[in-house]
Design a protein around this ligand. Structure first.
Ligand code: SF4
Length: 51
């Protein structure tokens, strides 16, 4: 993991290992699921990793 953050991704999941400064993601890439989501509340970041 380098020091770059994902441009265009704002994430406030501060309990995630990849979160930085409360609203940035330091993962190389993220995967958002599920395929059949009907609302934004249905979607989740599968790249989430607990601290
Ligand atoms: S991996 Fe997902 S949950 Fe974690 S900081 Fe990045 S976008 Fe947020």
């Amino acid at each position: 993991m380098d020091n770059k953050t994902l441009n265009g991704v704002k994430c406030i999941v501060t309990s995630c290992f990849y979160n930085k400064d409360g609203n940035k993601c330091m993962a190389d890439q993220i995967l958002v699921e599920p395929k059949n989501a009907q609302t934004s509340d249905d979607t989740d970041c599968s790249t989430f990793r607990p601290k």
